[in-house]
Design a binder for this molecule. Sequence first.
Ligand code: BGC
Ligand code: CA
Length: 344
Amino acid sequence: MGRKILLLLIILTSFIISSCSENKNNNSFIGITVYRTDDPFANSLKSNIEKFISGRAKYIVNDSQNNQTTQNSQVDNYISKGSKVLVINLVDTQAAQDIVDKAKKSDIPIILFNKAPDLSVMNSYDKVWYVGTLSEEAVNLQGKIITDSWKSNPSWDKNGDGKIQCVILEGEPGHADTKIRTENLISFIENSGIELEILDKKTAMWNRDRAKTIVDSWMSNHNNEDSDTKIEYIFSNNDEMALGALKSVQGFGYNKGESDKFIPIVGIDAIDETIKEIEKGNIVGTVLNDSVSQAKAVSDLALNLFKGETSNPILGTAWTLDNTKSVRVHYKPITIELPDTVNK
Ligand code: BGC
Ligand code: CA
């Protein structure tokens, strides 16, 4: 009798063990998080990643709703459910090390995308990769749109002092794109021989409505009859904020097509709405931040890692890794009125 029970127990235990490990394999998946889906650029990355992965691997995707604590528990949950690859758009780049440590502890490969981590994080684990862009490239292209358009439109110098009185809408603090897109842009323009007077710069957190509120107050302070330092150019770290700026200046009678009152605005991303405004002549230009290619790179690497290709995740793809284990997708300038040379 005792032997029978023992035998039954052994059979039962081995059944449970085998079905557990089978479960883990069958359910293995790619665990994806996006820092917030109400950011149109991040949402475009998300939907393109889903498009490229769908039908080729199981995946789970979560919106971290701009909350790092939420994202941490999403990652913990992926790990405990047996995720084979982690694909993470950080909420806060300062949390990169914690997230990578979690992956490392469980020996799971991880791809970070869109929010560039510090190099020390990339060096802390052999199975972490990054997919993004080189922010400097966006600056050079946006800078050229600004300097060329300024030179070919002398009437934009409202007070005729030869300098650009500008304001700058900045993205989220701590984001590599914000820092570089602001600081390097200022030096790019100054190095081109154009003097800048920065009337103000503020973060609108990549967000359209916040940008509108900020520009509303700038416009009331500067672009009135009494002020001799009128805003002559609005530089925006991204398109969402450029669109908020457009809405604001339109409220003050500028950039409406039919009126001759105009304040040049320039963005980065090339989202559809901005392209339409460029076509109408209401926004001067933008720079294509290619979310489709970035999503394709993320997906190609993730699918390779999913297959176990952890020693060479770019195998069989068109991507290359730089010396920081990062794929960098190129930016492209988008304007309509500028001379041909700008687009080359
Ligand atoms: C984009 C922004 C976006 C941000 C999110 C940047 O690369 O230009 O539009 O809000 O990424 O992290
Ligand atoms: Ca001026």
